[in-house]
Design a protein around this ligand. Structure first.
Ligand SMILES: *Cc1c(COP(=O)(O)O)cnc(C)c1O
Length: 317
């Protein structure tokens, strides 16, 4: 990937003539089964540009109450775009409660914000939502004339876990945002894919949000490399997360795990575990005893075993 970045041909993407950015956008569109793609510096900006492409001032988007776009993006849709979020209960498995969603969609009435968009996240906390849920959400959206956005920051993990192609997973959505910088292993960047018209609208929004990046080809080359080499190998990350979860469970640590994420509860031993990890040069963020561990392409089998062994020592097992 570093070599690909070094070798990248660049131009000025604000003029649309950076060949590597253009290649990344075309590759993403093709791979994810949409007409067009757009390269953005972050997933947060990609989601916001998409929301702005779908919704105008006084419109509303329906979103999970624990979803990244709603909870972890500093309220950008409301702050910068005057889009009202309508949060909806999320079920334990990461799905939106679609009955609740249906009950908050507003009729066309001047008292109400205009319900415009349904936003889904997959994976959510590592949980891969089945394509049948996407179809149910799409049926609801169609009944109410809503468009659909997928916060698919980690959607390639979902596709690999479900054994479907990314394009198949994304088919019901008008726009999808994919992080190149998470499991796919690029240093930076996201791609947004969708119809030509929506991507043209998002392009304008990216400009407003300051996301036009001049000689971005060096960065885009990393994203391109990620799309070409790092999707199928996500199964390795999932297998390592499974091994990590099993290893911790054998030590008596309560864990849940999905795709590449393990949630461990070290309870009152949290501080001792964090200290032992720190001493062993393992970065572990323990909060109130609990910890999210995420496998990725820089974590190998030995790394997983060393985390298990270190936690075992800290717990005196
Ligand atoms: C990481 C993430 C984002 C945002 O991406 P950034 O590049 O950190 O801005 C959005 N949604 C989900 C589900 C994520 O995991």
């Amino acid at each position: 990937m570093r070599q690909a970045m070094f070798d990248a041909e660049v131009g000025d993407d604000v003029w649309g003539d950076d060949p590597t950015v253009n290649r990344l956008q075309a590759t993403a569109a093709e791979l994810f089964g949409k007409e067009a793609g757009l390269y953005l510096p972050s997933g947060t900006q990609s989601n916001l540009a998409a929301l702005m492409a779908h919704c105008g001032r006084g419109d509303e988007y329906i979103v999970g109450d624990n979803a990244h776009t709603y909870k972890y993006e500093a309220g950008g849709a409301a702050v910068l775009a005057s889009i009202q979020p309508q949060p909806v209960r999320m079920l334990d498995d990461g799905r939106l409660d679609l009955n609740h969603a249906a009950s908050v969609i507003k009729p066309d009435d001047p008292h109400f914000a205009r319900s415009k968009l349904l936003c889904i996240e997959n994976t959510h906390d590592g949980k891969a939502l089945p394509t049948s849920f996407h179809d149910e959400a799409a049926a609801l959206a169609e009944d109410h004339g809503l468009s659909m956005h997928l916060d698919g920051a980690r959607s390639c993990n979902a596709a690999v876990a479900l054994g479907v192609s990314p394009a198949e997973l994304m088919a019901p959505f008008d726009t999808v945002s994919i992080c190149l910088s998470k499991g796919l292993g690029a240093p930076v960047g996201s791609v947004l894919v969708g119809s030509k018209d929506l991507i043209a609208a998002a392009y304008r929004c990216r400009k407003i949000l300051g996301g036009g990046m001049r000689q971005a080809g060096g960065l885009a080359a990393a994203g391109l490399y990620a799309l070409e080499h790092n999707i199928d190998r996500l199964t390795d990350d999932h297998a390592r997360a499974t091994r990590l979860a099993e290893g911790l469970a054998e030590l008596g640590v309560p864990v849940t795990h999905n795709t590449n994420m393990v949630f461990a509860d070290f309870g009152p031993s949290g501080e001792a575990v964090a200290k032992a990890a720190n001493d062993a040069n393992i970065l572990l963020a323990v909060n109130d005893g609990s910890c999210r561990l995420v496998t990725h392409l820089d974590v190998d089998d030995d790394g997983v075993e060393s985390v298990i062994a270190t936690v075992g020592r800290a717990l005196g097992r």
